[in-house]
Design a binder for this molecule. Sequence first.
Ligand SMILES: *Cc1c(COP(=O)(O)O)cnc(C)c1O
Length: 506
Amino acid sequence: MSGRSHLLNDRTAERYRHSLTDGVGRVAARIARTQRPFTGVTPAELAPEISGIDLERPLSDPAAALDELETVYLRDAVYFHHPRYLAHLNCPVVIPAVLGEAVLSAVNSSLDTWDQSAGGTLIEQRLIDWTTRRIGLGPDADGVFTSGGTQSNLQALLLARDETCRLVRKNSETPLRTAEILPRLRVLASECGHFSVEKAATLLGLGAEAVIPVPCDDSRRMRPDALAAELERRARAGETVMAVVATAGTTDFGSIDPLPEIADHCERAGVWLHVDAAYGCGLLVSRRHGLLDGISRADSVTVDYHKSFFQPVSSSAILVRDRAALRHVTYHADYLNPERAAEMAIPNQVDKSLQTTRRFDALKLWMTLRVMGADAIGELFDEVVDRAAETWRLLAADPRYETVTEPQLSTLVFRHVPRHPADPALVDRANLHAREALAASGEAIVAGTVVDGRHYLKFTLLNPDTTLADITTVLDLLAQHADRFHATEAARATPPRPALSHPHAS
Ligand SMILES: *Cc1c(COP(=O)(O)O)cnc(C)c1O
């Protein structure tokens, strides 16, 4: 077949239907028979399958390529829909959103300009307005879809930086160049905040060291008194705080910073408040909406629909209180979005975005809201938050484990502790081993993290299908792996003795 026969057009619509139906059928079959979240395959085992493919010899036939895909991808993929996938902030996806994904990639609108998207632009704008209303950002709010929380945080801090530069210039008696202002700029973020804040500071020419960590309390929430002290310290040092980043749902603990108090301090100091709600945004549609009190006072907000709205990657947005701030990313190109278009009120989303060509990711959320509605999404999110609370009680009563802090959202950080006191380094290694051994078995996948220098295990619960029985099973498996590790280490440390001297050994 010629290359031309693979182009999607009026003559190939039937082939498109057939090919996609075949592909969908295989994914459906795979999902229906998946018994474990992962096969436990190692990179060394899988790499030859992929390097062995000769990319110079196409198969021509989509069915043959799908057959091949079974071994290079589908067989060993990590399946987030499985109830014992408990690792990272990946959600099972809702079918209306997957349907939206299929539609948007086939039509392939690009959301940079009206003349490449038409209704796509208006649908995205409608969803941005819907989200800003849920947050309560007020009548001048606006925003744009992004590729993820990392990009949303970058854009928020770019807007904060440029707004701050503008104000510094306005208030200065002598003309100041940007290069003179930038070295004085600081960002204050909780010590439990996301690393993308530091990455953004680096990209914005401030350096990662411009981000000053603000201490957290025992619940891993930013301490407002510490924030106030830091704001004062920076002012006394002649530095300019260009933004405070509060987190509504930290990645490890799901902790939500005390937004009302933080907003008070920002207001008093005249500092831009960015709320990173990449994870906590699920609360916008939940019965626990009150946990986000104060978010309406933010200057900018990051939301990741692909984390807590059960949307496929990518689906994310940056929202701002004052749409005028978005002008800092507005550049006009004669061929694309001339100023004349803006004068004619033709909506060109590229005027608000860091990207140019951009996917119509908004369609997934649109289909979700049109089929299921916001409450149904909120109920799913509430279920996983409930499950985390139940798991917390389970762990608190389980002598095999210790925990860090009671969850506000759906993550749990905990660690295995041996029956008899052991060297802390050994306890660390046992937890690392338990996580790796569990993943290698493919029975379940959990995450790991470090708290105060010690290795911990982490559940991220985003699947309403995960039952307490699943969690109990996983805790038993982890404990078995950790116990076995300690037994092996103990056997290595002590020379073997006759079995009779250990009548109670098990
Ligand atoms: C996941 C996460 C991010 C980054 O979002 P991506 O969509 O992965 O780029 C930022 N902040 C927080 C709090 C997150 O949990």
